[in-house]
Ligand binder design. Structure first.
Ligand SMILES: [Zn+2]
Length: 124
């Protein structure tokens, strides 16, 4: 994997999210799912708006637009990792994360625009 140095606001990110207790969440168009407590990983990218995008995820004050927005109403972001790359590495990063996590609770979560099964994983 070649990682080129990107501009300050361009690249991909990984959110580590903690869910304290079992919750049913209505994930927008995907429908309602039951989520077990634990650590979840979400992979996204912000090409030219990386910092703003991550800031938005952490903020409580927003209109729900992405699948992750619904989940974050119930759970807490505990860590953010930013990968500042010129090229969009979102799906490559997601592939690595999915191998580590081994559990994909909702198909299509965060991956409406690509061929990944999901950009949202639960760590086992
Ligand atoms: Zn993808």
């Amino acid at each position: 994997m070649t990682v080129k140095k990107g501009g300050p606001g361009t690249g991909s990110y990984l959110l580590l999210i903690n869910l304290e207790e079992t919750k049913k969440v209505n994930v927008g168009a995907l429908g309602c799912y039951k989520f077990e407590p634990g650590l979840y990983f979400y992979v996204g990218s912000g090409m030219n708006n990386l910092d703003k995008r991550v800031e938005r995820h952490i903020s409580d004050d927003k209109k729900k637009h992405w699948h992750i927005d619904y989940f974050l109403e119930e759970a807490e972001v505990v860590a953010v990792v930013k990968f500042r790359t010129e090229e969009d590495m979102e799906c490559e990063l997601n592939g690595l994360v999915s191998e580590i996590c081994e559990e994909t609770p909702v198909e299509g979560f965060g991956s409406s625009d690509c061929s990944c099964k999901s950009h949202f994983h639960r760590f086992r």
